[in-house]
Write a protein that binds this ligand. Structure first.
Ligand code: F0G
Length: 457
């Protein structure tokens, strides 16, 4: 049998409320042409993010009832600590309410004005937390990772020559740690090979620089290694994941992705002094070290999710369903980042809508059109999100790429939902010369994509 089915049955459902094009036209206008302002009840298929949007299993919901809500020493903490220790091998486990809380604590204790933190590509919250500490965030992804149409098995890899050059130039003492994001979200959800993890680890360790993983999609990365890297075909996904972690000295984790939960995260590390300082900061803003800003039931759900996510049938279905969307879009002539990543498909709007100049935000315009046409919500990763303003002239400096990310929530949508998305995008593309650009009429001083308002040019 070649048909890959969703390896689960549906026990509990949430209705989707259908809207007409006329209704969506009004909704979009009211939202100031900003999909972040649209109430979720007015969305038919929500591909805004794969973060915190997973469907939990019956076993996770059972864990929710079992959660121990003790302030100190919760049973659920010990269960999760055991699962994380077994998976990562790190000596210290510190729960946080989500990934960025782990990032903030980590960079508060180890980074300062003079520091430099390399990564394949920093996710935006990681970069923001590093810059908030005064340090500089540097992206060192391989050149192949920056060419959307180029096919390469591990486009998330770090360029190790650039890493060595950076260490030589600035000196290892200015690099408190090096990071690797698995998979590389900012670069299209592309995986990092085991060889690259190992090589980066060796270079770092030869200079006594600790290596931390941004591990939020570690299981999807492990599956790509099994699929594409020599020597891993017969290995269990858990043993591959454990090997990835074995080359690192710590991790930040947003459990909202491969933890298969709606909220949660953690910090893992081997350095006892850093762990002690992290816990002291944790108490200040997140909570006591055995709950870290989460309820006991959340800890229980993460523990169960981390076990379920490494199931072979689940990951096969997961990676294939994203690839299925990508494949059909490519067949319909839609330019996407190739090959499809682990959690999302990224449409190249610069290539798709050459008639819309970057200062009229082509990717944002495409996101709006997808909503208008079919009630699908994607997210722009382009000049609204990453464009800058020239401090002197006030002129817009566009982003490098204009992408529309369609992120697939885990275990939420079935193949017919995805078929609907494929059909809708095909129809939008058939009439794409008619799509018009947008201008900003109101914007906040930072992170403007969340609240800016637009009008059609
Ligand atoms: N690192 C990566 C690679 C991420 O993708 C995210 C979140 C974070 C860290 C931060 O985790 O949200 O739990 O604080 N990414 C989401 C997304 C928001 O839509 O890609 P968080």
């Amino acid at each position: 049998m070649n048909t890959i089915i969703e390896p689960f049955k549906i026990k509990s459902v949430e209705p989707i409320s259908m809207t007409t094009r006329e209704q969506r036209d009004e909704i979009l206008r009211k939202a100031g042409y900003n999909p972040f302002n649209i109430p979720a009840r007015d969305i038919i298929i929500d591909l805004l993010t794969d973060s915190g949007t997973s469907a939990m299993s019956a076993a996770q919901w059972a864990g929710i009832l079992k959660g121990d809500e003790s302030y100190a020493g919760s049973e659920s903490f010990y269960r999760l600590e055991e699962v994380v220790r077994d998976l990562t091998g790190f000596s210290y486990f510190i729960p946080t309410h989500q990934g960025r809380a782990a990032e903030r604590i980590l960079f508060s204790i180890c980074a300062s004005q003079n520091s430099i933190i390399p990564n394949n590509s920093h996710f935006d919250t990681t970069r923001a937390n590093i810059e908030h500490s005064g340090a500089r965030a540097v992206d060192l992804v391989i050149d192949e990772g920056k060419i959307p149409s180029l096919i390469h098995p591990f486009k998330g890899n770090m360029n190790i020559n650039k890493l060595e050059k950076l260490i030589d130039e600035v000196g290892p003492e200015r690099i408190p740690l090096c990071m690797l994001t698995v998979t590389n979200n900012a670069g299209g959800g592309q995986p990092v090979s085991m060889k690259n993890v190992k090589d980066v680890s060796e270079i770092c360790h030869s200079h006594k620089i600790p290596l931390f993983l941004d591990a939020c999609r570690f299981a999807e990365n492990a599956y790509f290694i099994k699929l594409r890297e020599k020597g891993y075909k017969e290995r269990s996904l858990k043993s591959i994941a454990k090997e990835i972690f074995s080359y690192a000295d710590g991790c930040t984790m947003s459990a909202k992705k491969d933890g298969l939960v709606n909220i949660g995260g953690f910090l893992g590390m081997n350095n006892s002094e850093w762990a002690e300082r992290s816990r002291n900061l944790l108490i200040l803003t997140e909570g006591f070290p055995t709950y870290g800003g989460l309820a006991g039931r959340d800890l229980e759900a993460i523990a169960q999710g981390l076990c379920e996510v490494l199931d072979e049938d689940y990951l096969k279905y997961r990676i294939r369903s994203v690839e299925y969307l990508g494949e059909h879009l490519v067949n319909a002539g839609v330019p996407i980042i190739q090959p499809p990543g682990g959690h999302a498909i990224y449409i190249d709007a610069k290539v798709s809508l050459p008639h819309i100049p970057q200062h009229q935000f082509p990717a944002w315009a495409l996101v709006c059109q997808l909503y208008l046409h079919a009630g699908i919500r994607g997210v722009e990763i382009g000049s609204v999100m990453f464009g800058k303003k020239d401090p002197d002239s006030g002129e817009e400096i566009p982003a490098d790429m204009e992408l529309v990310r369609l992120a697939i929530p885990r275990r939420v949508y079935t193949q017919s939902h995805i078929d609907y998305v494929i059909e809708a995008i095909g129809e939008v593309f058939a009439l794409r010369e008619k799509i018009r650009g947008l201008r900003i009429v109101k914007e906040p001083p930072y992170l403007r994509h969340f609240t800016a308002r637009f009008e059609i040019v």
